[in-house]
Design a protein around this ligand. Sequence first.
Ligand SMILES: Nc1nc2c(ncn2[C@@H]2O[C@H](COP(=O)(O)OP(=O)(O)OP(=O)(O)O)[C@@H](O)[C@H]2O)c(=O)[nH]1
Ligand SMILES: [Mg+2]
Length: 354
Amino acid sequence: MSLSIGIVGLPNVGKSTLFTALTRNQVEAANYPFATIEPNVGIVPVPDARLDALARIVNPQRVLPATVEFVDIAGLVKGASEGAGLGNQFLANIRETDAIAEVVRFFTDEDVVHVDGRVDPASDVETIKLELIFADMATVEKAIQRFNKELKGDKSAADRLALAQRMLAHLEAGHRAFSLEMTDDERAAMRTLHLLTMKPMLYVANVDESQVGADLPEIDGVKPIPICAKVEADLAELEADEAAEYLESIGLEEPGLNTLIREAYRLLGLMSYFTAGEKEVRAWTVPVGAKAPQAAGVIHSDFERGFIKAEVVSFDDFVALGGEKGAREAGKLRLEGKDYVVRDGDVMHFKFNV
Ligand SMILES: Nc1nc2c(ncn2[C@@H]2O[C@H](COP(=O)(O)OP(=O)(O)OP(=O)(O)O)[C@@H](O)[C@H]2O)c(=O)[nH]1
Ligand SMILES: [Mg+2]
């Protein structure tokens, strides 16, 4: 399971600059609106210092971090759903992502054109919110047509139709799909439509360099993550020791990208567990609350189907006791069954039979 995040925002707010910093791919970041037309997809390792600690003990052939996929798309303008700017067709490229990160311009550089001629985060957020809602309305309207046709041969389509109509009214009233009250079953049915405003949202405030540590007011009830995309892009170019010096000079402990990725994890209720063998030390992504078989299934579906038990050492014990052998001798290696709820940082080894 690799987490995927679509990046949205107005044109020229720094989406591609951020994406480039994240992926260290040179996608075009140019000082004119609509520099991005083709979708850009980048796979980014999830920074996790615990992997290094494990690798120092185990000495594996390779170390594999968990990954996040970012999708960079063109900017949306007011009226995009009716064809303004580049239209909104490219939103299809982020339909299947797990979450959306909206980049909001806070930086004040007069050399960089703002499509509406002024820096106004709240109004920009409203514009994007409405365009995403319009895109969802079009999706739901199509679904309604489909369900109407299905109704002839299949009575069960009536429920789907009623739900879609409720959703359409909710969107038309200017609300995100996410906030419609639904039963768990209805929510699951709605997921198949991949509505953009059903997805969890992260707000990235692209601030001036002087504002990187700032405490910003909430947007739509969520604290934005302040990042200076330009600084992040510069950092991504530097060697590790130079980057550390640069970070210190601007008063940051780590790149803002690390915070962003961690926040995405938190927002989506995800965590990591580890496998630590001589071949590889590796981080795996699971939802908080996952039980051992589900965690095993992330590695391979056979591991889940044939799950017998898991040997588990907490990360702290593993490190303090110098690895699996030490943990075993100290009685800190536990045998856990199928009801075990995995904890963040567990070092796990699965026994299975297929
Ligand atoms: N001063 C300043 N300029 C920035 C920052 N981030 C991006 N820019 C500049 O803003 C311009 C647009 O950046 P892009 O990353 O291409 O913007 P975009 O959101 O991808 O734009 P579209 O693809 O057109 O939607 C470029 O000239 C960047 O150098 C920042 O943090 N500070
Ligand atoms: Mg771009």
